[in-house]
Ligand binder design. Sequence first.
Ligand SMILES: Cc1ncc(COP(=O)(O)O)c(C=O)c1O
Length: 387
Amino acid sequence: MKKQTQSIRIQVPKSHNREHSVPLYLTSSFTFEDAEQSKAVFADEIEGNIYSRFMNPNVDEFVSKMCVLENAEDGIAFSTGMAAIFASMAGLLKSGDHIIASKALFGSAIQILTKITSKWGIECTFVTGSDLDAWKNAIKPNTKFMFCESPSNPGLELIDIQALSDLKAGKDIVLVVDNCFATPILQTPIDMGADLVIHSATKFIDGQGRVLGGIICGKKELIQEIRFFARHTGPSLSPFNAWILSKSLELLDLRMQKHSENAMALALALDGHKALNVVNYPFLPAHPQYELAKKQMKYGGGIITIDIKGGFEKVNAFSKQLKFITISSNLGDSRTIMTHPGSTTHSKLSIEDKAEVGITDGLVRISVGLEHIDDLIEDITQALNKL
Ligand SMILES: Cc1ncc(COP(=O)(O)O)c(C=O)c1O
């Protein structure tokens, strides 16, 4: 069965009510026939749900679908994308280990790597993601983790995932890819040699800005270790959010095609506008990694960035002129959103660190939604024309 069909058809077994749409299992715990059965389930002698901190039918359904889409052996869901990122490190690393990470990461991931894992003696070297020599030169005998986002938030820098996987071949290093911007519809990092794939399910996986969630998919033995950490520390996804996210996956393929089609058309329409320094989008030929984007990704994705001449003052003026596009820090919504990363999601970075990953004062991230493309072009160009 094709993955697209499975992402629609995988479902918790029907109850005696023979419902078509899966019910919500909003329950903290599950019951047993007798003490003997409860003992056997706890001892893993027979299968059965125990307690929703670590197993729940709605959560399991969501994880099963994501594993199919990512071509992963196993997976585990979390309350947020950040909980997933943190659990990947807390579950697999120990004091004395070394991480190599690309500089172009979501702001909170940088905070974890500079201020939290460092407290436990886990050192991190940041490299320019597109510089393969830098990754190679940063590898040390105690390197255990390579961590990257592709495309990155917000700079849309790509990582050559296959090349990174080749670099660490034969070494005891786990390659982790945050696949939040691409989703498994655009790229499947595991097929390119990644060991683990992480998502903020809050973004395109939900697709309508309703719930928070996160997930890690990948090699069974790695997921088992992370599962031990998660079972006993409790960063669990709520069954309600899992129910929403699982339903959302039924339309992910269609949505990602449309987000990408709208984003491409918008990028082309804005390219060359006199109020802009640059328009950035992986599938624009001017993107510095256009060839890699075409090789690695099926479509260009739903995010474009524009660099408005005149910095924050002009960005603010632009935001005031928008008629319906929303100003928010989220992305991956059916409704188009503008964000100014330099003063919001990445505001904790120093000016130098921002400059290194292309976060200028004029940079605006546009999460291109599913509205009619004519309306999107009209709203943004009328706002730019007034600057
Ligand atoms: C690339 C990326 N990874 C991780 C996260 C964190 O996800 P969450 O907000 O679900 O914790 C975000 C959030 O914006 C993100 O953009």
